[in-house]
Design a protein around this ligand. Sequence first.
Ligand code: MN
Length: 362
Amino acid sequence: MIQVDGAECRLIGTEEHYVPSQYVRANKPLVGSLWDDLDIEDLAFFLFDQRGKPWFDPLSDVGDGRIATMDRAGIDVALLSTLAPGVQAFRADEGAALARDMNDELSALVRDNPRLGGFGLFCPTSPSRAAVEVQRCVRELGLNGLIVYSHTGGEYLDDPKFWEIFEACEALGAPLYIHPRNPPSSLRRLLQNHKGEKVLASGIWGFAMETSLHAVRLLVSGVFDRFPRLKIVLGHLGEGLPYWLYRLDYMYERGYRRQGNGAAKRLPSEYFRDNFFVTVSGIHEHPGCSPTLRFCRDMVGADRLMFASDHPFQSAERAAEALLGAGMAPGDVRAIAHLNAERVFCNMGRFVEGPTERAART
Ligand code: MN
């Protein structure tokens, strides 16, 4: 709980990372192999540091250690998700099987835990199997939404061959969180410095560049004309896009729509404000973030912004303080802290019900 304007306020973290045991087992043969791929570097970057240790302990802890960190940060509920590159680094059959196993494990872990929820995975390589898994995650496993680690082998979800997945998400009212991963190898050379070092590939720029590219592809694809109630979630204050909305509209109108071209009927910012939700992950832990936070709130609205800590990669403990100190009205803070997440994600009732309702349900 945090205190907002003298009253207690729930805090829900919507981008809180963990590693399930299957993920480590499945990836072990790949890490350290000769397969020189950004996905593997991505994974190694997240699981092991240069000395081969640190991130793993906080990532794998879904028990007392995590709850203690959440308590220190004032976080009541953490919606868990795994790491990039998700299950998409694997071939279709392996990826789909791994998604099922990981979703089962996550569901068993969080189902009766009043402090933990989570997002389901699917492997886009086989869209019809992915759509079935999306339904299973929300209807049978009680998960709170879906997460995808951006591109799939350099392909993007604006391609209609993937739209069965969106059809399932829309029918369920289930938001799809698009989380960054390293860009596809076709972009690798552009993210190297003049010495050939891949310094720009990951969180410094590559993640936001690639994930915002994915989002803009969706905005101009017409996918939201076909699925007007589809909900997409972006982290990191919208991967820069709130800053860019006016120019996206201007150039789309001028370059395409005015000539009767362009697949999308409406302007990019209209879909962004109707179909997208944004979390504060990664840009949330320091008073220096306050102007950016307020700007994003002004652009997308306080009813579309949600709290997230990006644990353990960034500090959950400083996040609540930064949110409270950002100079926003108490109503906006409450919306960002928990009300939006409770409204936007699925199966959230168990986090807001009192002990009596909980006893009646179980
Ligand atoms: Mn993250």
